[in-house]
Design a protein around this ligand. Structure first.
Ligand SMILES: [Zn+2]
Length: 286
């Protein structure tokens, strides 16, 4: 079986122990998408790999890539900068790991997607540098990565009558259609409801948090202001995403809406665990 030595930039998604001294590491690489490698001797005391194989590391990777194998031999892995702030701050760490968890779930093995790699890399850089509202970067990543993977939410105007969010200012809420990622204003929704029957998802109160209740796949009622936030998180330059303070209630509504959206588009997707701690932490504080 032939193997080719190859070099690519990568982000470490996760690593697990293998046998006595080695590690199996999952990367998201610039050239090959998601890829697994074995780092022999990585757990020995003076390993040449150092901390480069820890999740969140952005690295320059040299590996022997074997054809028709799903595990490649890592020859060299050099840090291109260490996310010190992210690793020492609970919120940044949770948001960074949530982004990695999502990529691990939605990305295909060994199918290169350079734009997704660049989005991932820049998002991790922004998390490292952020001074506030770090969670916005996760929301933004969900929206932007969905768009790159072919499920682009169109949250700027009603998909039926084309009125923009600004023109719909007088309405309290619109409907976000989970399968198309488009929105429907109340009057257009009224028309389609009589055709389709009532298939709305509503948020109901459970404790202090708004949790969307799924009755059927369909659409979720979202406040106009929240829709504007989604539009901002999707379209504004990534550097501006953390300028917006959401507050816990709006944050929960967005979190819930995006979870439904992900579940609609990625079969078998599991809730992102890294954020659970943060959710508990935030609801205890609010
Ligand atoms: Zn409309």
């Amino acid at each position: 079986m032939s193997s080719v030595i190859t070099k690519t930039d990568a982000v470490v998604l996760k690593a697990m122990k293998y046998r006595d001294t080695s590690k199996i590491v999952t990367f998201y690489t610039r050239s090959f998408g998601k890829l697994k490698g074995i780092a022999k001797g990585a757990r020995q005391l003076r390993s040449k790999f150092g901390s480069s194989l820890d999740p969140l590391s952005q690295v320059s990777l040299v590996l022997y890539k074997k054809e028709q194998r799903d595990l490649h031999l890592i020859s060299q892995c050099d840090l291109r900068g260490s996310p010190k702030q992210t690793r020492s701050d609970l919120e940044k760490m949770a948001v960074g790991l949530a982004v990695l968890e999502l990529v691990d779930q939605v990305a295909h093995e060994e199918e290169g997607h350079e734009a997704l790699y660049l989005l991932l890399s820049e998002t991790l850089d922004r998390i490292e540098d952020a001074e506030r509202n770090v969670l916005n970067l996760y929301f933004s990543f969900v929206l932007r990565s969905s768009a790159l993977l072919g499920f682009s939410p169109d949250v700027a105007s009603c998909s039926a009558c084309n009125r923009s969010l600004d023109e719909l200012e007088g309405e309290r809420s619109v409907f976000f259609r989970l399968s198309s990622g488009g929105i429907l204003c109340p009057s257009c929704a009224e028309g389609s409801r009589t055709r389709d029957g009532n298939r709305d998802l509503r948020f109901h109160k459970r404790g202090t948090r708004n949790i969307p209740a799924v009755r059927e796949e369909g659409r979720v009622r979202v406040e106009i202001g929240t829709m504007k936030v989604l539009s901002f998180l999707l379209k504004s330059p990534l550097a501006n995403v953390t300028m917006l303070a959401l507050g816990p209630e709006k944050g929960n509504e967005i979190d819930g809406t995006l979870r439904l959206y992900l579940r609609q588009h990625f079969e078998n997707i599991k809730p992102v665990k890294a954020l659970d701690l943060l959710r508990k932490f935030n609801s205890a504080g609010s």
